[in-house]
Design a protein around this ligand. Structure first.
Ligand SMILES: NC(=O)c1ccc[n+]([C@@H]2O[C@H](COP(=O)([O-])OP(=O)(O)OC[C@H]3O[C@@H](n4cnc5c(N)ncnc54)[C@H](O)[C@@H]3O)[C@@H](O)[C@H]2O)c1
Length: 377
């Protein structure tokens, strides 16, 4: 298996996402940004003459030139289109401007899109690539930890609608993902931590060793030790790849990736998406799911404690003790995943394993949410 050999060189790894003709590799290596051209050429083929780099001003100022140079060395002509920074830029208006840019530059179906940035850039550029001329190839170059271990892998692309997040989108797999853990050195500490909650999530749903690796090495993770970061990123991507391979369009197993997300999304919604980073909301959501599982007798109390402690260990979360239990519960019932009035919850049975249950009584859920909101962090 490629990953095993790559892990012997502890600072790099390749994870393969196996989806028939939509398969691709995720390359994880310190300094990988300077290999973008080579990787993109191998993934896009010789027919691709031009690529459009979609990024935002902040990320482009840091890494745009290097990526462009590497692409040119691999024989691509490059165009650059910058979008605004932040979640508000993930809109149909931004997509429309990007489509306009590609049309004005006579972009062709054989040309490619390069998404350089965090999850906002990745989702928007992926959506543009999915829809322009009924779909052009694209390469993801994620530059936040959240994007490196989550949003760049799996082919979900989307923009937000005034009535809800990620409501307009398409499944469109990238041709390659290029991950440079070195790019995390410029990332604000809070953004790094927001991504770490998602790495903890992979540990809880699938791999207690990953959970323990993060718990026991937090100082080195915060110092961005290259070998350790490559391991955490590679294992997280591998888990996401496994799950996506088994269930590309989220009809079954892929739902386990939503562990911590039902309560997490509700907390984001009741705080108008302003107070919590997505990963932070997932941190709270994982704690609450562990409490629900404990109260429902699904997980032993000591194991639920270990998950809650693991989340707390990452650092303090923004306060939520002013929120009302009934508002959070109401927001949970608006979740996209509610089907026939039943809310499927992803609940841990132990660290490394989760189940989906839609039969948990409202009293248990209410009590767990109340406890979460009452606690002081
Ligand atoms: N498609 C999926 O499967 C999926 C999964 C999870 C999340 N998402 C989406 O991802 C988005 C969140 O992504 P995010 O957390 O990466 O946020 P983001 O893209 O807004 O990036 C966070 C901030 O970090 C900056 N930044 C990015 N890389 C940097 C770097 N290397 N150095 C310094 N600053 C840098 C950005 O400019 C931004 O200000 C949400 O829209 C969410 O819906 C999608």
């Amino acid at each position: 298996m490629k990953l095993q050999s790559a892990i012997r060189n502890p600072q790099s790894a390749i994870v393969h996402v196996s989806l028939d003709e939509r398969s691709y590799d995720i390359t994880i290596a310190d300094g990988a940004l300077s290999q973008t051209g080579e990787i993109a050429r191998a993934a896009l083929g010789d027919k691709t003459r031009r690529v459009a780099i979609i990024s935002n001003p902040k990320v482009h100022a840091l890494y745009g030139k290097g990526v462009e140079k590497s692409l040119k060395q691999a024989g691509f002509a490059t165009l650059t289109h910058l979008i605004g920074d932040g979640e508000r830029a993930k809109s149909l208006r931004t997509a429309e401007r990007a489509w306009g840019f590609l049309i004005a530059n006579r972009f062709e179906r054989s040309d490619g899109v390069i998404a350089l940035g965090g999850g906002v850039v990745g989702d928007l550029a992926g959506f543009v690539a999915a829809t322009f001329l009924r779909g052009v190839n694209y390469v993801q170059i994620p530059t936040t930890l959240l994007a490196q271990i989550d949003s760049s892998v799996g082919g979900k692309t989307a923009v937000n609608h005034a009535l809800g997040k990620n409501l307009i989108g398409a499944f469109h797999q990238p041709r390659a993902v290029v991950i440079d853990p070195g790019a995390l050195r410029s990332l604000p500490e809070r953004e790094l931590r927001a991504g770490l909650y998602e790495a903890v999530k992979y540990g809880v749903i699938r791999d207690w060793e990953l959970f323990r690796l993060i718990e026991e090495n937090l100082d080195n993770i915060n110092a961005l030790d290259p070998a350790l970061m490559s391991r955490v990123i590679a294992r997280s991507c591998e888990i996401k790849a496994e799950v996506v391979t088994a269930d590309e369009r989220e009809s079954g197993l892929r739902r386990i990736l939503n562990f911590g997300h039902t309560v997490g999304h509700a907390l984001e919604a009741v705080t108008a998406y302003r107070r919590l980073k997505h990963g932070e909301a997932v941190g709270y959501g994982m704690k609450c799911a562990s409490t629900i599982a404990e109260k429902a007798g699904i997980i032993p109390p000591a194991e639920a404690d270990a998950i809650r402690f693991g989340v707390d260990k990452l650092g303090s979360l923004p306060r939520i003790d002013d929120l009302k239990t009934q508002d959070v519960i109401a927001a949970m019932s608006h979740d996209k995943k509610v089907a026939q009035g039943k809310l499927p919850l992803i609940l841990p049975t132990k660290i490394g394993s989760v189940i989906v249950r839609d039969d948990i009584g409202p009293a248990v859920i209410r009590a767990a949410v109340r406890e979460l909101l009452a606690a002081r962090y």
